[in-house]
Structures are given as structure tokens and as C-alpha cells.
Design a protein around this ligand. Structure first.
Ligand code: BGC
Length: 410
């Protein structure tokens, strides 16, 4: 999706006068699955309506591949107009190096502090009192997505929690299904570990490990239970032979797999496939064990640019992202929750409603990306993909290495 138009052509096509200085702006992101593409098209539409032009810079391969490319473009002097990152700690170095734009004046003018909920979202954009990002959604990792058809085919009821899911695995296997679908990219197994940490260990253990970096807790008996669950997960996923997260979601959509542990962006794929929450698929927040969701998600950051016209367009984009209409259109397609409390999400599906209800009662925890540096998270991701791919690695051996990483993490 590359839009290139001359200013004249744009002026002719626009139903209203193009503001002086309207310009092309390249926007990078890693939203390349069907559901993600449908959602990002809503952001492009909202930005184009300002008279400027969204030049799409999708980078395939998921966040772990895309982020280093985006970062090296910014540090290497070839910045884009705006870029997606997960709000949290991923941009600390770019901000310290003075490469990202301070949005505080715009945020104050538009009253973001009163609009954005929960407050932790804007806090995650803030360094030394200055706001560096425009949050667009709340995405949470802590979900189990289940194929109702797979369980029907296997002749067992759709599970209501992780324990029932594990108990149903033999019936699924007997019916020729893969109990648990997971893609081979390290961030997927590393993410699944954090979800199990919350579901089995509970939010306090999760906070101690990822927030306080408490190596003793990471090596202790509560986390041993989490590693036993992870051992079950890898056995259930032994035949899950896909790479990308959305290919794993597709195994669930088509009833070839029983379930997938994945963030709520998976909803975008069910939606594009025409599936209905509650009827075709079931979602269990907190794996049905601890019903909490993390308030991670996506935000846009704006590299400092010399061009005045493009700098103005950056502000127009930031405003458009937080606009109530954009928030509704984008989040309904993305499967995420809006970042404003004053949004009517009447059209939300069953699963989004569950997420909204948990949010309303304050059942939230910080995301991994808010608590731990991306370097430390990557080390855990690498360990976990090795654990999933190496049946001879015992859960005890994996836990020992995990505790060592946690002990040196920042
Ligand atoms: C982003 C989501 C995205 C997912 C998979 C996450 O890091 O927050 O918006 O859908 O990666 O690409």
C-alpha cells in the first residue's frame, strides 16, 4: 500500500482545500497480517483526511525484525516521518540521543492527560516530564484463543481455563488436532511464558520477576509451577509447524488446532475470516486463571525532522491518531481497546467486551515492554524458543537459565 501523489493531484482529489504545507509522510509499522492491514488502513484514512498523505512503510517479519530496522534508520540519519513501537521502554535510547520529537506542547494543547486512560499509557510515553509518543491502543497479551470447532470435533467441551485445556489435549490429539498452535519466532514463545507467569504464578509473581527482576523468585517454587506449565505447552505445541503468529491463529480459525496463547491482536484475524466471538471461537482472558490484562500496546513516535512542512504533518498525524472517530474505527478492526475513556465501543464483540470489563474494574498489569528492557526480553525470548525446540532441555534447566537472565536484567 504505497500512496504517492503530487500536491496538485491531491488538491484535485480532495473535497476540501488542502492546508498550506500539506505533505507526504512515511509511516513505518509491523502490521502486515490481514487484520493488521485492515486496521492500519483506518489510520491512513484518518491522516489523509487532514489533506496530508500517508506513505505506508510496512516492515514484514514482526516487531523483533522490524524494530531494529526502524531504529537503525533513525540513528543512521534516514528517519521516517513517524513510526510504531510498543509504548514502554523500546525507545529509551533514541530519546536519550535526542532523536525523537517532544510532543508535550501538542499533548497539553489537546489535553491528552485528561483523555488518555489508563494513565500508565501516557506515563509510558513520558521521559523526564516530556511526552514523546501518541498512544493508539491498549493491547494485552494474556489471552487463550480457542477453536469451538476443534473441541466439537474432538467430542469434548470447550475449556474454561488452562487446566481444562491441558486435560483436553489427548482428546484433541486423538481427533488429529494440534492442541496448541504457536509460531516459531522467539517473541511468541517468550510472550507465552509471560502469559503463563500471570496465569499460573499470578500477577504478584509476574511483577516480582519482570518488574523487580527478583532472581530468587524467578528460581523459586512458584515459578517452577510456571515452567511445568510451559513444559505442557511445548508438548501440546510439538506439531505446530508454523513461523508467523497469524499462521498459528489460522490453525485455530480453521479448527486444525485447539488454541493459541496470543495477544488480542489475534481478534483482527478472526474478524477478517468472518468468525464470531462466542460462536466460532472462545477467548479466555488470563487463560481463565487470573483475569487480568496488561496495558501494553502501540504508540507512534516522531523522529525530529528538519523539514517544517513534515513537522507540521507529524502534529496532524498525532492529533488524528487520538481522534475519537479514528479510535473507534481502528480499534474495532485491530482487536485492541481504545486509549480514551470517552469512547463508545458499542460495536465491540464478545471478547473486546470482556477486555473492556476487566479494564473498567482496574484489573490491569503493566506489559513486559513497560517493565523490562527489550534487550533483556530478547534474551528470555531466545531461551524460550530454545526450550520449545529442544525436548531434552528440562524445565528445571530452563528455569535456572531464566533466573540468571532475570538476575542481570534491567
Ligand atoms: C503489537 C501489535 C501487533 C503484534 C503482532 C505487537 O507487538 O503491539 O499491534 O499486532 O505485535 O504483529
Amino acid at each position: 500500500m504505497r500512496y504517492r501523489m503530487t500536491a496538485l493531484a491531491a488538491a484535485v482529489a480532495m473535497p476540501f482545500a488542502v492546508p498550506a504545507g500539506a505533505t507526504d509522510l512515511e509511516v513505518t509499522h509491523w502490521w502486515t497480517s490481514g487484520g493488521e492491514a485492515a486496521a492500519v488502513a483506518e489510520l491512513a484514512k484518518a491522516f489523509d483526511a487532514t489533506g496530508n498523505k500517508w506513505v505506508d512503510g510496512a516492515v514484514a517479519g514482526g516487531g523483533n525484525t522490524a524494530r531494529p530496522i526502524m531504529i537503525s534508520r533513525i540513528t543512521g540519519g534516514d528517519p521516517m516521518g513517524a513510526t510504531q513501537f510498543n509504548h514502554g521502554r523500546q525507545t529509551e535510547e533514541l530519546i536519550q540521543a535526542g532523536l525523537l520529537r517532544d510532543l508535550t506542547d501538542l499533548a497539553n494543547k489537546e489535553g491528552w492527560a485528561n483523555l488518555v486512560q489508563p494513565k500508565s499509557l501516557l506515563d509510558s510515553c513520558t521521559v523526564d516530564g516530556k511526552i514523546y509518543c501518541a498512544p493508539v491502543n491498549i493491547h494485552s497479551w494474556e489471552w487463550l484463543w480457542l477453536s469451538n470447532k476443534a473441541f466439537e470435533d474432538a467430542g469434548v467441551p470447550v475449556p474454561k481455563n488452562w487446566d481444562e485445556f491441558v486435560a483436553a489435549a489427548p482428546a484433541l490429539e486423538k481427533a488429529g488436532k494440534i492442541p496448541l498452535a504457536i509460531g516459531g519466532q522467539p517473541w511468541q514463545s517468550g510472550g507465552a511464558l509471560r502469559v503463563l507467569m500471570v496465569a499460573i504464578g499470578g500477577p504478584d509473581v509476574y511483577q516480582k520477576v519482570y518488574g523487580d527482576k527478583d532472581a530468587e523468585v524467578a528460581a523459586g517454587p512458584e515459578v517452577a509451577k510456571v515452567f511445568a506449565a510451559a513444559d505442557n505447552a511445548r508438548k501440546m505445541a510439538a506439531k505446530s509447524n508454523v513461523q508467523d503468529w497469524n499462521q498459528a491463529t489460522n490453525l485455530v480459525i480453521t479448527g486444525q488446532a485447539g488454541g493459541q496463547i496470543m495477544g488480542d491482536w489475534a481478534q483482527g484475524e478472526f474478524q477478517v475470516a468472518g468468525q464470531v466471538a462466542g460462536k466460532d471461537y472462545t477467548c479466555l482472558p488470563g487463560l481463565g486463571m487470573h483475569e487480568v490484562i496488561s496495558t501494553g500496546g502501540d504508540a507512534f513516535y516522531f523522529p525530529k525532522l528538519a523539514d517544517e512542512g513534515k513537522s507540521k504533518a507529524q502534529e496532524a498525524l498525532a492529533s488524528a491518531l487520538l481522534d475519537p472517530k479514528t479510535q473507534v474505527a481502528f480499534n474495532l478492526k485491530k482487536g485492541s481497546l481504545p486509549i480514551r475513556g470517552d469512547i463508545d465501543l458499542g460495536a465491540a464483540n464478545d471478547c473486546m467486551k470482556k477486555g473492556l470489563a476487566i479494564l473498567a474494574k482496574g484489573g490491569t498489569i503493566p506489559s513486559g515492554e513497560q517493565l523490562m528492557s527489550q534487550d533483556s526480553l530478547n534474551q528470555i525470548n531466545d531461551l524460550f524458543v530454545e526450550f520449545f525446540n529442544t525436548p531434552s532441555m528440562t524445565p528445571e534447566a530452563a528455569q535456572k537459565r531464566f533466573a540468571e537472565i532475570v538476575g542481570t536484567a534491567d
